[in-house]
Design a binder for this molecule. Structure first.
Ligand SMILES: [Zn+2]
Length: 249
């Protein structure tokens, strides 16, 4: 059976001098692992279309136990990412998260839209990298069914306080006074960072990336979101460690 779909290449593996194996996040079938014969021939359109972080239109043949890419026409290559190792390393962390968390064998348009928009902003440097990272992490984990409870302090119910503590292993917020009284450990966030964190979870998708926050508040916010993802998925991400080693230079 043959079908057409659009998708983003999250991972590639060379399997011979001519052929590669690719993992593609598609809108129609979620993550799909497919063989791309002759894809390493640079004269073939399949070469660009099946490269890492290519968003392409695919024509795919579904065999008895494997998928084969017949055609791949690149739509977007995110050139800006390829010129900057820090942005590229963050993009690879996004790919690793998707490989771990996106569905297989079912529609995944919301996941694809999220990573495409994140890569677009990262590639064009339209937003600070850490802001894109927080938006991507919080929205992805929410799509996966792990929505944190950021509405109010879990201790006293207050909506806003000058400082609040986000607890990554429960996804709950506490005002500083309750955190102190209850002995709760977490990431301390000033009110503006709490507002931004709420935005990443509750805003309409069209407005997801549209907020401003001082650079010094992006650091604790980024720590809160990456720890929440790590706790909820029970996994450490080597690509995140690599990005952080780049980011601190
Ligand atoms: Zn409280």
């Amino acid at each position: 059976m043959k079908f057409k779909t659009k998708g983003l290449v999250l991972k590639t593996q060379d399997i011979s001098e001519r052929d590669r194996l690719v993992w593609v996040l598609t809108d129609s079938h979620g993550i799909l692992r497919a063989f791309a014969k002759g894809a390493k021939n640079i004269k073939s359109p399949k070469c660009a279309g099946t490269g890492l972080l290519s968003y392409a239109s695919f024509s795919i043949f579904e065999g008895r136990d494997s998928y084969h890419i017949d055609e791949a026409d690149a739509i977007e290559q995110f050139i800006g990412l390829r010129q900057d190792i820090e942005s590229m390393s963050l993009a690879q962390y996004f790919c690793e998260l998707c490989l771990n968390l996106c569905p297989t064998g079912q529609e995944a348009g919301d996941y694809l839209r999220l990573i495409l928009n994140s890569l677009y902003f990262l590639s064009n440097r339209k937003r600070p990298a850490l802001q894109i990272k927080v938006c991507f992490e919080m929205r992805l984990i929410t799509l996966c069914g792990y929505m944190p409870d950021l509405v109010m302090c879990a201790g006293c119910g207050v909506y806003e306080a000058p400082q609040m503590v986000f607890v990554p292993h429960t996804g709950k917020l506490y005002c500083a006074a309750c955190a102190d009284r209850l002995g709760v450990q977490g990431v301390l966030l000033p009110a503006a960072a709490v507002t931004a964190l709420r935005h990443t979870v509750y805003a309409d998708f069209e407005k997801l990336f549209s907020f401003g926050l001082k650079d010094e508040l992006l650091e604790p916010l980024s720590l809160a979101s990456e720890r929440y993802v790590a706790y909820m998925t029970q996994k450490d991400y080597p690509t995140l460690q690599f990005y952080k080693s780049m980011h601190s230079i």
